[in-house]
Design a protein around this ligand. Structure first.
Ligand code: PXL
Length: 274
């Protein structure tokens, strides 16, 4: 098969386009072959749209993955985002049984010093175990601190964030990109590649909070890497994707709780990617 294949495993939210709702159109629209493994079905994301439903789909995962093994799919990449505790435990069992050159884990569980609704210390521990199997990790600052059992403090100095990325790299031996790093009036991604070479990229920050931006960043990063970009280049591509989507959301005057406007992202990225 010429096209690269990517297992995408995270939740599917009916309203509030985040996680699978972002990753699937992006990966498919850019020509990857997605293998879709939803971990939960929610009426909406959990970030302030009211009383969301939550159907845990983790009990389906062993059957699905067993079938995929029979198909001998040999994915080029595996991308894990928001999972939920039971699905994270399934991945702890299943990741060692699969092999893929790219294993991108976005340890979605917290932001701004707080765990998201529904997550607890046991979830943090499971994600710490999973992180050892990642080839690329994309936490925000809070998630990076949780992965390292460090106090959840705001970091304002880029050097402190770089030091955090170095500690993650030393602990988990993979490429690390810490996302959403505030840097004056900009927003930065700070980290290092698998060999320990550092990188820091910044771009202007739009005011406000945009749901799904981290998910879009991770999905675009996975796509860029599978299409042969180096980490720095793929991170730059993913930052452009996030900025374009935020600008389109702003231009449409849409409530950002309902997710990002992806209309311009796929044409723009397909020009940058082979
Ligand atoms: O965008 C991250 C995310 C993914 N999945 C669910 C969420 C969120 C953030 O709120 O609630 C269910």
């Amino acid at each position: 098969m010429n096209t690269k294949s990517l297992i995408i495993s995270q939740d599917l939210c009916g309203v509030g386009q985040v996680s699978m709702g972002v990753a699937l159109p992006l990966a498919a629209g850019l020509g990857l072959t997605p293998y879709v493994l939803p971990t939960a079905l929610l009426s909406s994301h959990t970030g302030g749209l009211g009383a969301n439903t939550y159907l845990d789909l983790s009990s389906e995962m062993p059957g699905i993955l067993t079938h995929w093994q029979q198909l001998q799919l040999q994915p080029d990449g595996i991308y894990l985002g928001y999972l939920g505790q039971n699905a994270a435990l399934q991945w702890q069992r299943w990741l060692p049984k699969l092999s893929a050159p790219l294993v991108l884990i976005d340890p979605v569980m917290a932001d701004d010093g707080k765990l998201y609704k529904g997550f607890d210390a046991a979830y943090v521990e499971t994600l710490q175990q999973l992180a050892y199997r990642a080839t690329v990790l994309t936490p925000n600052i809070t998630e990076a601190q949780l992965l390292l059992d460090e106090p959840l403090v705001a970091l304002t100095e880029p050097s402190a964030v770089m030091a955090l990325a170095k500690r993650l790299h030393a602990q988990f031996h993979n490429a690390v990109l810490i996302t959403g790093v505030p840097f004056h009036k900009q927003i930065a991604v700070v980290g290092m590649d698998a060999s320990g070479e550092t990188l820091a990229l910044a771009q202007p920050k739009e005011p406000g909070h945009y749901f799904g931006t981290g998910d879009l960043f991770a999905a675009a990063l996975a796509t860029g890497l599978l299409k042969g970009q180096r980490l720095r280049q793929a991170a730059a591509t993913a930052m452009v994707a996030a900025r374009l989507a935020i600008k389109a959301t702003l231009a449409a005057d849409a409530d950002p709780k309902y997710g990002l406007n992806l209309a311009g992202v796929i044409p723009a990225l397909s020009k940058q990617l082979p």
